[in-house]
Design a protein around this ligand. Structure first.
Ligand code: HEC
Length: 151
């Protein structure tokens, strides 16, 4: 009888199991951290939207008459780079959204930080577009460099 075979036999059976468990815990805790961050961005974004945008685009994102365009259903919010630039620099154009023409200028938000813009985009995109997770500061940062170059 070889006693030494027993423990190694046990390890052979159980080690992969523990490894799997460990990796699962690791992955799920990463997911939780990302989910928590998304919730924070969404909550902050809601506050910032309420203070900086809802006057015109309204709390429900549907805009107002032919003065302020709706954000829900707008193609511009799906293009994150464009969206970031519009928030930061405002816009002065004539656009048609959902069959209505809008030609009033939107003021710039030069005081909003990149984090705040990311939070607003997160809120708007999760609320009125198809996003299920946050929009990163990094993406906003890169987008703003691009629109600054165009202007
Ligand atoms: C003073 C009113 C006002 C405020 C405040 C305002 N907007 Fe606007 N927004 C407008 C107007 C007016 C337009 C249309 C501009 C044009 O026709 O050139 C517009 C256009 C937009 C568009 C483009 C819509 C499209 O379909 O192309 C987006 C996106 C947008 N606003 C998001 C925001 C966000 C986010 C905020 C808050 C940070 C904000 N706006 C604050 C008035 C406002």
């Amino acid at each position: 009888m070889n006693i030494n075979n027993r423990p190694s036999g046990i390890y052979q059976i159980h080690l992969p199991k523990y490894c799997f468990l460990f990796v699962t815990i690791l992955i799920s805790s990463c997911q939780n951290a990302q989910e928590l961050k998304t919730e924070q961005y969404f909550a902050e974004g809601f506050q910032l939207y309420t203070t900086n945008c809802a006057n015109c685009h309204q709390t429900d994102g549907k805009g107002m008459a032919n003065l302020y365009p709706p954000l829900s259903g707008s193609a511009s919010i799906k293009d994150k780079a464009l969206f970031a630039c519009i928030i930061k620099n405002g816009m002065k154009d004539t656009i048609v959204v959902a069959g209505k023409k809008f030609s009033r200028p939107m003021p710039a938000n030069s005081k909003l930080t990149e984090l705040e813009i990311a939070e607003i985009i997160t809120y708007v995109s999760m609320k009125w577009s198809a996003d299920s997770t946050l929009t990163s500061i990094d993406l906003v940062s890169k987008s703003l460099q691009q629109c600054a170059a165009v202007d």
